[in-house]
Design a protein around this ligand. Structure first.
Ligand SMILES: Cc1cc2nc3c(=O)[nH]c(=O)nc-3n(C[C@H](O)[C@H](O)[C@H](O)COP(=O)(O)OP(=O)(O)OC[C@H]3O[C@@H](n4cnc5c(N)ncnc54)[C@H](O)[C@@H]3O)c2cc1C
Length: 339
């Protein structure tokens, strides 16, 4: 038997997709383990509207920590609020959707509760009445299934593991949980949005747009066209809301002293030694589609590529559609159509 607490932070607007996915995971788990109970714990300036949106999820209790102290992310207040909710619900399992705000407190929360934490959880199942989690090791080369006897067990769930919970909204009776706030040394003075040029990685985007080293190579006229490449790529990201990925060759250029795309960093790198993002669709441009790169596309189901070379890696069964064309021309036309 488990007492499950689905924990989420409420910021401006409705609960994010990750929170709905984690809630679906918690609902499934509570149904699969006999005698389990499900509580929802919400933290934010005002939690009632969010609780109402989850009213039909079958939770026995809705608990909330509200107020200006937790309106914005801050370790000291977030972890104190999460601890108060976990203690009030007497949770044995605390399930939290991964975000920078949640990741910051997960370890501290487990420590305060005398429990254990596992992060980057990518699967959840029940065997012999016990919950088991899946987690990758060694850059996604080994998938391990783990169980633990220690409780409480704090789980930080990755996005894309569960379908988002969808159900009836209504009125939820939220039990307000009081917190003895510590004295804070950190204050939130405001937020500054990152410019479009910096904000190129968008995990929730429907499309991954990969730029390869070809964007910086000499073209038919014998010249490279970095400024045009930047304009085409940023124009497309802005118009489409896509997330920007890169090949290793392109992000390595800066360390080799070559002309580079100013907004591209190693964080954009997709592949064996980069990331494996979870967008439903991908479009690769000026990227050869070699195996160490394409292995990072393992979660991307619909794949298209634009390359001058009809024998590139994408042509060898790695993309659904390959456009044998000049990506500079294709993306200029696409941007025209989008605008
Ligand atoms: C151990 C190891 C780990 C690695 N890990 C990774 C990794 O994590 N991620 C990764 O990406 N790579 C990784 N690599 C490197 C990988 O093998 C390739 O070298 C790299 O992906 C190539 O990058 P690219 O396709 O952008 O560049 P290139 O191979 O230089 O390809 C450029 C492509 O652009 C095309 N092109 C040029 N101009 C145009 C145009 N105008 N229109 C359309 N197409 C054009 C060319 O036809 C060419 O196909 C790894 C390699 C090793 C050995």
């Amino acid at each position: 038997m488990e007492r499950i607490l689905a924990l989420a932070f409420v910021e401006d607007g409705p609960l994010p997709r990750g929170a709905m996915e984690a809630l679906q995971g918690a609902v499934d788990l509570s149904r699969s383990i006999e005698g389990s109970t499900l509580s929802v714990g919400l933290i934010g300036q005002r939690v009632e509207p969010a609780a109402g949106s989850l009213a039909g999820c079958g939770a026995a209790r809705f608990l909330g920590v509200e107020g200006p102290e937790v309106a914005r992310p801050r370790y000291a207040s977030d972890v104190a609020a999460a601890e108060a909710l976990a203690r009030r619900s007497e949770a044995t399992l605390v399930m939290i959707p991964n975000s920078s705000r949640a990741a910051r407190i997960a370890g501290g929360l487990a420590q305060r509760l005398g429990g254990r934490v596992d992060t980057h959880v990518v699967g959840l199942r029940v065997r012999d009445g016990e919950p088991r989690i899946d987690r990758w090791y060694y850059r996604q080369r080994m998938l391990a299934t783990l169980s633990r006897t220690t409780r409480p067990w704090v789980l930080l769930l990755e996005g894309g593991v569960f379908e988002p919970w969808r159900g009836e909204s209504g009125t939820a009776d939220v039990e307000a949980v009081a917190v003895a706030w510590p004295s804070f040394v950190t204050r939130n003075l405001g937020e500054e949005a990152a410019g479009t040029k910096a904000q190129t990685i968008r995990p929730d985007a429907d499309l991954l747009f990969v730029a390869g080293a070809g964007w910086t190579k000499k073209q038919a006229d014998g010249q490279s066209h970095i400024a045009e490449a930047e304009e085409r790529i940023l124009g497309f990201l802005e118009a489409s809301g896509a997330s920007l990925g890169s090949s290793k060759s392109l992000v390595d250029l800066s360390s080799e002293g070559q002309d580079i795309l100013a907004f591209m960093t190693h964080l954009n790198q997709v592949g064996q030694t980069g990331s494996s993002p979870r967008h439903p669709k991908g479009l690769a441009t000026c990227c050869h589609g070699e195996e160490p790169h394409v292995v990072g596309w393992r979660f991307i189901k619909e794949r298209r590529a634009v390359n001058l070379d009809p024998n590139c890696g994408w042509a060898r069964g790695k993309a659904d559609v390959l456009y044998v064309a000049d990506a500079f021309e294709v993306m200029a036309k696409v941007n025209d159509l989008l605008s």
